[in-house]
Design a protein around this ligand. Structure first.
Ligand code: SF4
Length: 350
């Protein structure tokens, strides 16, 4: 099921996020939108970032891109892209990094494209912004490059002279992909880039993004909540809950053996064509995001909560190769394996 590209073995880290915290200031205290996340994105890999609305996935992406605006702020962390700590860059350093090493396909292309400028001009602006006197293209070379990009994402030549309002939603999204790949970045972040599209157009856009990974070897972080689409597109999935990462696993593990109780509920909520099953809802209440409880972040909604969960925050641990879970249900054994306490004791679905 994995889509891991053949171009690389997916083992070389391109982007490492260490202990990233992004808080939003409110009159009654800081909301901990992202509260100490750690993950690595390897070369030529698509990493899916999933979780319910408000879990912090888009905030994490905006943090990586350094696009957090007040009342939000990055409290701490380290974001290393191709050996550079992004958080230590100057404004000029960040300007040079954006698009050339780190590009964004934004949520809702309709709102991100400039309605008053032709598509060709918007792509040209991205390229010109990073040109030097030595690399400056003349008008003809620029036109050729833009047409090449449009063709690459499957858009007809006439789009060159069109304005955003003349394009369909899927075409706009592909124009954004053309801008994102214009400078061959190492990493592209796609923020819910297919969620506003109908399923047929969604598939076309998804195929274009897979082509970016497979033919250009670009690593991607794909943010979304459509687990079905994730299953088809990504190599690994990061599950976030209330600003924390609760599980990271390959797509195979995630769908065949989800480890964290929250992931299990997420997978159970995916409708199946094969069997009729009642919609599973995650019961319980969520905590105050300004004042998370000690212990496990999911304890108020977890059907398997134990005393230990209320006192001790579970660390993320590899319960099998390719799957890391932050949950006290998994207990390390002397031989390095893990047992699931639900299989050996009376921990049960409440
Ligand atoms: Fe549930 Fe405890 Fe695991 Fe948290 S640590 S997910 S509360 S079993």
């Amino acid at each position: 099921m994995t889509n891991e590209t053949n171009k690389t073995n997916g083992q070389t880290p391109v982007l490492t996020v260490n202990d990233l915290r992004v808080y939003y200031e409110t009159p009654r205290g800081d909301v901990r939108a992202v509260d100490g996340i750690n993950f690595t994105l390897n070369e030529g890999v698509i990493l899916g970032l999933v979780g319910e609305s408000g879990c912090g996935k888009s905030t994490a992406a905006m943090g990586i891109l350094q696009l957090i605006t007040p009342p939000g702020r990055i409290v701490s962390g380290e974001i290393v892209l191709d050996g550079t700590d992004v958080l230590k860059l100057t404004t000029e350093g960040l300007r040079q990094l954006r698009w050339s090493k780190l590009a964004l396909i934004p949520q809702g292309a309709m709102n991100s494209l400039n309605p008053t400028m032709r598509i060709s001009r918007q792509i040209e602006d991205v390229v010109r912004e990073h040109e030097t006197p030595q690399t400056r293209m003349n008008k003809d070379a620029m036109r050729t490059r833009i047409l090449e990009l449009l063709q690459w994402v499957g858009l007809p030549e006439r789009v060159y002279n069109m304005f955003p309002h003349e394009l369909s939603g899927g075409m706009k999204q592909r124009a954004c992909i053309a801008m994102a790949i214009a400078l061959n970045p190492s990493v592209i972040i796609a923020d819910e880039s297919t969620s506003a599209l109908d399923v047929v157009v969604q598939r076309v856009v998804a195929q274009t993004m897979l082509k970016v990974k497979q033919q250009l070897g670009v690593s991607m972080i794909m943010i979304g909540h459509d687990m079905g689409l994730m299953a088809q597109m990504v190599d690994r999935i990061v599950v976030m809950y209330a600003g924390n990462i609760v599980e990271i696993a390959t797509v195979n593990h995630m769908f065949k053996n989800p480890g964290h109780p929250y992931t299990q509920l997420l997978i159970d909520s995916v409708p199946s064509l094969k069997e009729r099953k009642p919609l599973k809802i995650t019961e319980g209440i969520t905590h105050d995001p300004r004042n998370p409880p000690p212990g496990c972040i999911f304890q108020l909604r977890c059907p398997f909560v134990m005393d230990r969960c209320r006192a001790e925050k579970p660390l993320r641990q590899a319960i099998r190769p390719g799957q890391e879970v932050a949950c006290h249900l998994y207990e390390a054994q002397p031989d390095g394996s893990y047992i699931d306490l639900r299989e050996v004791s009376d921990v049960h679905d409440a």
